[in-house]
Ligand binder design. Structure first.
Ligand code: FES
Length: 292
């Protein structure tokens, strides 16, 4: 996003760079593609090595206190996270996103408390909703908008507490995993015509059993194993986005992989792309610039 002076906001810079790399990486001239890949590999090698040594030195000189202070600067944080050199608390990112909407909510006698962040799912609790003139669905929309804008990878908002995980802590995700210049390694696993709307199909990619689901023309891919069990899900039924396991009836949201009753593990969800009538699934990612 650009401001009035035409400058790109720091948070959007990686997106802009990513798009430029994607364009050049798909250039019709193979010589240009090779040149771009060599250039990116060279830049990455020079910067990554130097930055890693710099972070090591800063850490040994100033310890965690100095690093915390430095990482409070969004520009420094953005740079280091794009090179996998810092891990960040997703909870902190969610809190920062919620701060953007809290002023507005407070003005209506309402507050939002962050309960937890689990992957792309954010759990919050509203306080004062029964006395506020803002109905819950509007407050929810405000919060979802703020999280979409401020928390990379945000997928779903849940009101209320989630069941505790064994660790009981918030989930730490390497920031670079969210923002780094990686690309999914897509592979064709089916033709779109193989799977009618409302249908399921078990496929395999890199020896991973995958279940493809067509929900009203949208394709989704999850692990083809029910929870922790070795039993396949390909004999399940699909109603809308709800997958019901044929073995003992567990139900999952096939879009997010979440078990509906929250009493068991979620299914792994894989990125899906449809191109030229093919359904592609990504099991792995690779840094941009590596050969396809
Ligand atoms: S194996 Fe799916 S519900 Fe038991």
């Amino acid at each position: 996003m650009s401001d009035a002076d035409g400058e790109v906001a720091p948070d959007d810079l990686l997106e802009v760079v990513q798009r430029a790399i994607d364009r050049l990486g798909h250039h019709t001239d193979p010589a240009v593609r090779a040149e771009v890949e060599a250039l990116l590999a060279g830049i990455d090698a020079v910067h990554r090595t130097a930055l890693a040594r710099l972070v090591d030195s800063l850490q040994s000189m100033g310890g965690d206190a100095l690093m915390t202070r430095l990482l409070a600067d969004p520009a420094i944080r953005l740079l280091l996270m794009s090179y996998d050199l810092v891990a960040v608390d997703r909870r902190l990112m969610a809190e920062e996103a919620l701060d953007d909407v809290r002023g507005h909510l407070h003005a209506h006698g309402l507050d939002v408390e962050l309960i937890d962040v689990l992957g792309g799912v954010v759990y919050v609790q509203f306080h004062g909703i029964d006395r506020s003139d803002v109905p819950e669905h509007l407050a929810r929309q405000d919060v979802e908008r703020a999280l979409k804008a401020g928390l990379r990878g945000f997928q779903q908002l849940e009101i209320g507490a989630r069941k505790a995980t064994p660790s009981g802590g918030s989930v730490f995700v390497p920031l670079a995993g969210l923002r780094r210049l990686n690309r999914p390694v897509l592979q064709v696993v089916a033709r779109t015509t193989d799977i009618e709307p409302g249908a399921l199909r078990g496929v395999s990619a890199d020896n991973h059993p995958i279940l493809l689901a067509n929900v009203g023309g949208q394709f989704h891919a999850v692990q083809d194993r029910c929870g922790d069990s070795p039993l396949p899900l390909q004999f399940s039924t699909l109603e809308g986005h709800v997958l019901t396991c044929s073995w003992h009836g567990c139900q999952y949201d096939v879009r997010t992989g979440h078990r509906l009753d929250r009493s068991g593990p979620s299914l792994a969800v894989y990125p899906v792309n449809v191109a030229d009538g093919n359904v592609q699934v990504a099991i792995a990612v690779a840094p941009v610039g590596e050969p396809m």
